[in-house]
Structure formats: structure tokens, C-alpha cells
Design a protein. Structure first.
Length: 263
């Protein structure tokens, strides 16, 4: 179990400071016109740490990554309380839909079911600049507690001091044209054509890939799993397409890993 504090001072798309302080991450990102600079730990926040920000600031961020879906509106009851829900279902197959549930006759988000088994409840709603912000957020994964968030302060910056957004000399950056340790979002995947000798077995082949700025896989190199499955996984991985990974609205190349599993 980890705990920590996230702070964000935002004055523009290329003028912000984001601070992660926890028992396993201590870093500050500075967005500037010259690029992104990082002070402290140099790894990228993991999925849970990124979700801390998205659940508070942009709870619809996962919906923005979905393709090939249609929406369906239903009413659902939670502990005797009725909410208006939008289900995002796949067009061509049976799915366990992503859903967002809002207050009746309003636009206040109170519940979401996103990727995998993640479910989020939003409480203590406060108005801020025409938006409704949850100050108490609880995320479960498969019914087990995953994140518990409490917003301590949200306020307008009364005066923007440019000096607050200037990275110190010890900050590293700007971030280059290729990054690793991030989480690119696949928008097109595929299944390998395994050789006959492997088709009845259960296994996973892992391939290291380079994803181009356009989201297409530039190269794939299998590194683990049964060797006779390497080529099939590499051929499949080269056909994957990802949402271009952006840093300050600029696409970059990404080094990542793809798992090809036969069950």
C-alpha cells in the first residue's frame, strides 16, 4: 500500500507544474515552451499514479481512448439512488461496457466503470469554474480497494508568477523524441498465427517494440517465451497501432513491450 500527495499548478497547456510526492515517487514536472523538464526521480508515473490525476481532473479520459463503440442510455439504481447512465458498448461483439453514471437532470458524474474491473465512486461534489469536482473519490479493482483520494484544496491562482514555472538548473530536459516507461494506448491489435507445434499450449511471448510518432509499430523484437513463437508474435506486433503518444501536444516515439498470449 502506498500513500502520497499530488499537486498541480496550471497556467496553460505549456505552463504548469505537477508534483508527485509519495513513498515510491518524488518528482516535479515543469511544462515550458521549450519542452518538458523533470526534477527528482526520472521515471514516468505508473498507471495508479496517473489515475490519481485523471480521476480528479479528467475522469472521462478513458472514454476518449475508445474507438468502435456506440452509446446507450439506461437508468440504474445504486443503494436506492437512481442515476442516469451512458453505456459505451462495442459495435461488433459482446462486451462488458464502460459506463458513466450522472445525477438525474444534471451533468454531475457520480459513478464510472472503466478499463477492466475498475469502478469509481465520486462524492462530496464541489462547483469550480462551471465544473463539478469530486473531493472524495474511491476506486476499486475487482471489488478490492485500489485508490482512495481526497482533494484538500482547489483554488484559482490569484497571481501568476512566471518564476514558479521555471525549471531549476538541476531539472533534466527537455524530454527527447523517444521515451520509455509510459503507457501507450492500443487502438488496433491482432492475434498471432502460431505454429502448429504451439497451438495446444498455454504460453506468453513478450516483444519489445518501438512505436512511431504516428502510432504504428516501427520494430518488434521478441525477448521471452518459447522461441518457436517469436516470429509469430513479432509479425503480429508490427500490425498493432497505438494512439500517438503526446508530450505537450507533440508526438514522440515510444519504447514499450507487447505480450502475445495463447490460452
Amino acid at each position: 500500500m502506498h500513500s502520497g500527495v499530488y499537486e498541480e499548478y496550471w497556467a496553460g497547456a505549456k505552463k504548469y507544474k505537477r508534483i508527485y510526492k509519495s513513498d515510491n515517487l518524488n518528482e516535479t514536472d515543469y511544462a515550458t515552451e521549450k519542452g518538458l523538464y523533470r526534477l527528482g526521480d526520472q521515471q514516468w508515473p505508473d498507471r495508479a499514479q496517473l489515475q490519481v490525476r485523471s480521476e480528479i481532473v479528467d475522469p472521462f479520459s478513458y472514454a476518449a481512448t475508445l474507438v468502435g463503440f456506440h452509446g446507450r442510455t439506461v437508468e440504474q439504481t445504486f443503494s436506492g439512488y437512481q442515476l442516469q447512465c451512458v453505456l459505451l458498448e462495442k459495435d461488433s461483439e459482446i462486451s462488458n461496457p464502460t459506463q458513466y453514471c450522472l445525477e438525474p437532470e444534471g451533468s454531475v458524474l457520480r459513478y464510472s466503470k472503466g478499463f477492466g474491473w475498475f469502478q469509481t465512486v465520486y462524492n462530496d461534489i464541489a462547483p469550480f469554474q462551471g465544473r463539478s469536482l469530486a473531493q472524495a473519490v474511491e476506486v476499486t479493482d475487482g471489488g478490492k480497494p485500489y485508490l482512495k483520494l481526497r482533494v484538500a484544496t482547489i483554488e484559482l491562482i490569484s497571481h501568476v508568477d512566471n518564476a514558479d514555472f521555471v525549471p531549476p538548473p538541476t531539472a533534466i530536459g527537455p524530454v527527447g523524441d523517444r521515451v520509455s516507461g509510459v503507457h501507450p494506448v492500443p487502438i488496433k491489435t491482432g492475434f498471432p498465427q502460431w505454429p502448429a507445434s504451439l497451438r495446444s499450449q498455454h504460453f506468453t511471448v513478450t516483444a519489445e517494440v518501438v512505436i512511431g510518432k504516428d502510432g504504428c509499430v516501427v520494430s518488434a523484437h521478441a525477448v521471452s517465451g518459447p522461441a518457436e513463437g517469436y516470429k509469430a508474435c513479432e509479425d503480429s506486433a508490427r500490425k498493432w497501432v497505438f494512439k500517438p503518444y503526446l508530450i505537450l501536444d507533440k508526438p514522440v516515439e515510444v519504447e514499450a513491450k507487447i505480450s502475445c498470449t495463447n490460452n
